[in-house]
Design a protein around this ligand. Structure first.
Ligand code: FAD
Length: 374
C-alpha cells in the first residue's frame, strides 16, 4: 500500500479541510481548545454537533443509519485532516470511531437503530468504561459485576481513567457476568445512559492538562436488551473496540502540522527530515490498519503497529520542539510560538503512550499476534 490517493479521496480531504476552516471561529472562541488543541477532552460538543450537521460522523456507516457508506480507510484519511486542523475530537473518536464501530458490528438491530443515528448527528456522546484499579493492561481481571435479575442486569463496581464521562450521554461498560468462567470468558459489554440511577461520575485534572473521570456504579439497573454481543462473549467485543481505537491518524495530522510549523521557523534540519520519514511510516501503518479492518481481517497486530508508531512519533515530535526552539517553544497562548499548541501536545504525548493500551502492550500484541511468538 502506498500514499497515492484516488481523486475521490483527495476531494474528500479537500472537503474536510474546508469544513475545518468553517468551524475555526467556533474553536477560537474556546479557551480550552487554545490550551489543549486537538487533545482537548473538554467540552467539544459544539464541534461535535457541527461535525454531525455536516455529515462527518459515521462516514463508514450506511446511509440508512446516517452515514456516507465510505470505508474506514476513507474515514481515517479524513481524521488525519481533522488532526492537522487541530479539531477537538474526543467525542467523535469515542462515540463513532471506537465504540460506534463495535456497536455497528455487535449490537442487536434495535440497539443499532436507537444509537447510531443520534451518534451521527453529534447528539449522542459515549464514554468508555473499561479500566479499573488492577485491570488496565490486565483488562481480563476486571471485577465490576453484572448480575441478571429478571429483564435487567444489576451492576456494581468502579471504573477509572474514563475519558469524557463528565460530558457523555451514555457509557459503554465492560462487566463481569460469570465469575466462575475463566477470566476472559466471563465478561460482557453493556451500554446505559450515564444518568441511570446509581451511576456517579467524579472528574479530576490530569498531568496531560485535561480531565479524566472515575465512575462509581451502585446497583445500576440496565435492561438486558442493552447487552452488546453475546453474554460472556464480551472479550471479542472489547478487542474489536480497541482495534479501532488504536488507529490514531488524527494525532499524525497534528504531528504533520507541528513539523510544517517547525520547518517554517527553523528551516530544514536532519532531525525534522528524520521525523518526516517516521511520519510517512506511521501514516502507512495507520492506513494499512484501517484497510485491514475494512477487509474484515484480524486487525489486532496491524492496529497495534499503528498505535505504537503514532504514540512514539508524537513524543519525538514534542521533544523536537524543545530541541529546536528551546523551552520557549512550549509557551502557551495565541501569541506564543507555534500558536501556543506545542505545550498541549507535549503534555498529551505522555498519555497517548498509555491510553488505549500502553506501548509495552502494543509490543506484546505485535509479537504474539503479528509474529506468532510465545
Ligand atoms: C489519557 C488517558 C485516557 C484514558 N482513557 C480511558 C478511557 O476512556 N476508558 C478506559 O477504560 N480507560 C482509559 N484509560 C486507561 C488506560 O487504558 C490504562 O491506563 C492502560 O490500559 C494502562 O493500565 P494501568 O494504568 O492500569 O497500568 P498498568 O496496567 O498497571 O501498567 C503499568 C505499567 O506496567 C506495564 N505492564 C503491565 N503489564 C505488563 C506486561 N504484561 N508486560 C509488560 N509490561 C507490562 C505497562 O506497560 C505500564 O507501563 C486512559 C488512560 C489515559 C492515560
Amino acid at each position: 500500500m502506498d500514499l497515492r490517493l484516488t481523486d475521490e479521496q483527495q476531494a474528500l480531504r479537500a472537503e474536510a479541510a474546508a469544513f475545518c476552516a468553517g468551524v475555526r471561529p467556533l474553536l477560537e472562541a474556546d479557551p480550552e481548545w487554545r490550551r489543549q488543541g486537538m487533545l482537548s477532552d473538554g467540552d467539544s460538543s459544539a464541534v461535535n454537533r457541527a461535525l454531525g450537521d455536516a455529515g462527518w460522523i459515521g462516514m463508514s456507516w450506511p446511509p440508512e443509519l446516517g452515514g456516507r457508506g465510505l470505508s474506514r480507510l476513507d474515514a481515517t484519511l479524513v481524521e488525519e485532516v481533522f488532526g492537522y486542523h487541530w479539531l477537538p475530537l474526543s467525542s467523535y473518536l469515542l462515540s463513532y470511531k471506537t465504540i460506534g464501530a463495535a456497536l455497528e458490528r455487535f449490537a442487536a438491530p434495535a440497539l443499532v437503530e436507537q444509537l447510531l443515528p443520534p451518534i451521527t448527528r453529534g447528539e449522542l456522546v459515549f464514554c468508555q468504561g473499561f479500566s479499573e484499579r488492577g485491570a488496565g493492561t490486565d483488562l481480563g481481571s476486571l471485577t465490576t459485576r453484572a448480575v441478571r435479575q429478571g429483564d435487567s442486569f444489576v451492576v456494581d463496581g468502579h471504573k477509572i481513567w474514563t475519558s469524557g464521562a463528565h460530558l457523555a450521554d451514555w457509557i459503554y461498560l465492560a462487566v463481569r457476568t460469570d465469575p466462575d468462567l475463566p477470566k476472559h470468558r466471563g465478561i460482557s459489554v453493556l451500554v446505559a445512559p450515564i444518568d441511570t440511577p446509581g451511576i456517579e461520575v467524579r472528574s479530576f485534572a490530569t498531568l496531560g492538562g485535561g480531565t479524566l473521570c472515575e465512575v462509581f456504579l451502585d446497583a445500576v439497573e440496565i435492561p438486558a436488551e442493552n447487552l452488546v454481543g453475546e453474554l460472556n462473549g464480551g472479550w471479542a467485543v472489547l478487542m474489536h473496540t480497541l482495534d479501532f481505537e488504536r488507529i490514531t491518524a488524527e494525532k499524525l495530522g497534528g504531528v504533520a502540522w507541528l513539523l510544517d510549523r517547525l520547518e517554517e521557523r527553523v528551516g530544514s534540519s536532519a532531525q525534522l527530515a528524520r521525523l518526516r520519514g517516521e511520519l510517512t511510516a506511521a501514516r502507512l501503518l495507520s492506513f494499512r490498519a484501517a484497510d485491514t479492518l475494512d477487509r474484515g481481517l484480524p486487525g489486532s497486530a496491524t492496529s497495534a503497529m499503528a498505535k505504537l508508531s503514532g504514540a512514539r512519533l508524537m513524543q519525538r515530535a514534542a521533544d523536537a520542539v524543545v530541541d529546536l526552539l528551546g523551552l520557549g517553544g512550549l509557551g502557551e497562548g495565541a501569541d506564543a510560538a507555534l500558536e501556543g499548541r506545542a505545550a498541549g501536545l507535549y503534555r498529551g504525548s505522555v498519555g497517548s503512550t498509555i491510553a488505549g493500551g500502553t506501548t509495552e502492550v502494543q509490543q506484546l500484541v505485535i509479537a504474539r499476534r503479528g509474529l506468532g511468538l510465545r
